[in-house]
Design a protein. Structure first.
Length: 368
């Protein structure tokens, strides 16, 4: 049972800080400091919801695990084959108390479920288009037959024209996975009045994580896609709507809004935003966690994780990201590894601060 919230809200900030420090919990920013008031009072982190599901190997959008995606490994001669099925459809996503996003999705989530493959595999992705516009699947890979490009060039040349999938159609894309690391995929179609950008920002994107034989052991993968919200958002009533999102979620008003929710509704109000407007991820002390952050939006973003030593695992492998922040131009990604050493709640956000204020914040929870 949470102690009297009203009484604790009247405690001075200096008392809060002292109480938190005595309990050896890390401070991670003004809004999260409010949440730690409860931790200090209770002496544990039991107030947190149960996030201990096996979700860190996929995009934690609707807590969908990779096993929920149709996936199997077959044998094609001596080359292992990893097969997935993705279905394109419209999915209505409540993005705030006052708005619904009529998103376009692969398998009902934004971003799509993350595809896990091994270096040396043949990746085979069957894509079924149940939407009323032409769509495709374009993976940022480098060893595949041109007919699987999933771009307008296929229509122009007539080679693999079906990879631009009409309504009711399907196509199976194949890629030889020759390198390890992380990459991403997205729709590469446009339609009347809507460009490729519009198709992507409507939600048709996701990550591919490739494990190699020499890859370090990773206990948890956390893929995050930064973008702007798509064009088809319906306001149910007057109220704030996120403009910038991470993994399909955005907190309108950013950190200040989180503070206001706590002041008005207490801890229950904050927890009600977990994986609703506020993306939340979880790990344990001592685990090796790899974040892969991708910018598939139409603006430049940056990513900042509080309180953890970030070691690059993509562009400058093994180097420390000393500022705890890195920029991402459009269509790029950065992966980094951390090994949390203390229980804490840490903030992450876009460090283009106006973007954080417009939605791009989240929480990373570390438990014993």
């Amino acid at each position: 049972m949470i102690p009297d919230l009203k009484k604790r809200l009247s405690i001075k900030w200096s008392h809060i800080i002292c109480a938190v420090m005595q309990k050896k919990f890390a401070l991670v920013g003004i809004p999260i400091l409010l949440a730690f008031l409860i931790v200090a009072a209770t002496g544990n982190m039991e107030f947190l919801p149960d996030l201990n599901k096996e979700i860190q190997t996929v995009s934690d959008v609707q807590s969908q695990s990779i096993s929920e995606v149709e996936s199997q490994i077959a044998e094609a001669g001596e080359q292992p084959v990893r097969e997935y099925t993705l279905i394109i459809e419209q999915t209505d996503i409540q993005v705030s108390d006052t708005a619904v996003w009529h998103a376009w999705t692969y398998n009902g989530t934004v971003p799509a479920p993350t595809l896990m493959v091994n270096q040396g595999d043949l990746l085979r992705v069957r894509v079924i288009n149940n939407h009323d516009l032409t769509h495709s699947f374009h993976a940022h890979m480098r060893d595949y037959d041109p007919k699987h490009d999933g771009s307008p060039v296929n229509v122009i040349t007539g080679v693999g024209a079906g990879s631009m999938i009409p309504p009711g159609g399907e196509w199976t894309y194949e890629y030889n996975v020759i390198s390890e690391g992380s990459t991403f995929f997205h729709d590469h179609a446009g339609s009347e009045g809507l460009g490729i950008k519009d198709h992507i920002l409507q939600g048709l994107y996701g990550n591919i994580i490739i494990e190699g034989s020499q890859s370090p052991k990773i206990d948890r993968y956390i893929p995050i896609v930064m973008a702007e919200i798509g064009h088809d958002v319906e306001r149910i009533e007057k109220g704030p709507v996120p403009y910038f999102i991470m993994n399909g979620k955005g907190m309108p008003g950013g950190e200040k809004a989180l503070e206001e929710i706590f002041a008005e509704k207490g801890l229950d109000g904050v927890v009600s935003q977990f994986n609703y407007t506020l993306p939340v991820y979880k790990a344990k002390v001592g685990e090796t966690v790899e974040f892969t952050v991708t910018n598939l939006g139409d603006q430049i973003h940056s990513f900042h994780l509080h309180g953890n030593k970030m070691i690059s695992s993509s562009n400058n492998v093994g180097s420390t990201i000393t500022s705890q922040t890195f920029p991402l131009v459009q269509g790029t990604l950065e992966s980094f590894v951390i090994k949390p050493d203390k229980p804490a709640i840490w903030l992450f956000h876009c460090h283009v601060v106006s973007h954080a204020d417009a939605g791009m914040i989240g929480l990373f929870i570390v438990e014993e």
